[in-house]
Design a protein around this ligand. Structure first.
Ligand SMILES: C[S@@+](CC[C@H](N)C(=O)[O-])C[C@H]1O[C@@H](n2cnc3c(N)ncnc32)[C@H](O)[C@@H]1O
Length: 329
């Protein structure tokens, strides 16, 4: 597991939400987005094993190439790129390091996330500015960017088509958008069930006295349950790849294309991730990390080389989409 760079920077104010704040957020999805993601910002990189080295550069660039790589000669590196729902900057910062864009603007509804993304960019020496922004009303002029990207963000936005219209507005004519990491409807169904079963099994079995040191303190488990309650509010959509293509076309995009990835890899990945959240982190050593990462890589290879030719595309977990703003630059 790779920790985020944090050298010499003040931590954000205590990001933990009270039960009352959670109660208010349950009735307001955008408040829930800010609360949940501000809460997660300082620990997000560690939680999701996000790093800014070869491993994640290769992953981010791999997703970009998987969906946009067949589009002919891409003008790499793009001049100015925008990221929506940047979180800690995982996608754009790693794409920039991977030669996809020269300069970047990171945006997110959560101030805590923008703060961490800018800190990560500074630590990496990348030319990046940032704003707190709602993807449904992007605070930039028409025809500003050569590329707009996002990872795991569309499923949080109430009006996805409105957001795609905004993406096309701020793109220059001929500019491209690339979104990856969106849950498919079928994939989300099996991921939720696998997660639920793994959580119940782990938290039940670790009640046995001889497994007590595998049980996280009750306060931490309660906090995880509060986070899960909010997660259910912030995860608004799942996508059928064809429906998403139609939405991007109706927002004004051309050369629109969705692809999907991760079937066997997701069947392993969701129980593994849930198990990691349910037990004390110090119990899982290097051997576990090797198993989890190696298993995911191997099954991703099986998905790509074998299963994608025989399993319908909407069974795969991860939906990606690209398209272009009509016109010449
Ligand atoms: C699952 S996280 C993904 C973060 C990052 N892109 C990544 O892949 O690690 C989703 C991010 O979208 C942001 N978000 C949610 N709703 C948004 C909206 N309406 N406009 C902009 N960002 C939003 C959240 O604050 C959060 O940082």
């Amino acid at each position: 597991m790779t920790a985020s760079p944090n050298n010499g920077v003040d931590p954000a104010p205590n990001p933990h939400a009270t039960a009352e704040e959670v109660e208010a957020a349950l009735k307001d999805t955008k408040l829930a987005q800010v609360l949940y993601h501000d809460w997660e910002a300082e620990t997000y990189d560690e939680k999701w094993s996000i790093s800014y080295d070869e491993r994640c550069i290769e992953y981010a660039r791999g997703r970009f190439d998987a969906v946009a790589g067949d589009a002919g000669d891409l003008p790499l590196p793009y001049g100015r790129a925008l990221e929506l729902g940047c979180g800690t900057g995982f996608f754009l910062l790693n794409l920039m390091q991977g030669g996809v864009a020269k300069t970047g603007s990171v945006t997110d509804l959560s101030p805590g996330m923008v703060k961490v993304a800018l800190r990560n960019a500074e630590n990496l020496g990348l030319e990046v500015d940032g704003r707190v922004a709602d993807a449904e009303r992007i605070p930039y002029d028409d025809n500003t960017f050569d590329l707009v990207v996002g990872h795991a963000v569309l499923h949080h936005i109430p009006d996805v088509e409105q957001s795609l219209r905004e993406v096309l507005r701020v793109l220059k004519p001929g500019g491209r958008f690339v979104f990856a990491g969106e849950p498919s409807t079928v994939g989300n169904f099996y991921a939720r069930w696998l997660g639920r079963i793994t959580w119940e099994a782990t938290t039940t079995v670790t009640k046995l006295p001889f497994l007590a040191d595998w049980r996280r303190p009750q306060a931490e488990l309660d906090e995880s349950s509060r986070a899960a309650a909010l997660e259910a509010v912030v995860d608004i959509h799942t996508f059928d790849p064809t429906d998403l293509e139609n939405m991007a076309k109706s927002a004004g995009g051309t050369e629109v294309r969705a692809i999907t990835e991760e079937f066997a890899a997701a069947l392993l990945g969701w129980p593994v991730r849930t198990f990691e959240a349910a037990v004390p982190p110090e119990k899982l050593g290097w051997g576990w990390a090797k198993f989890a990462f190696g298993g995911f890589k191997t099954l991703s290879w099986v998905d790509d080389k074998v299963l994608k030719h025989v399993v319908p595309r909407n069974f795969f977990y991860n939906v990606m989409i690209t398209g272009v703003k009509p016109g010449e630059n």
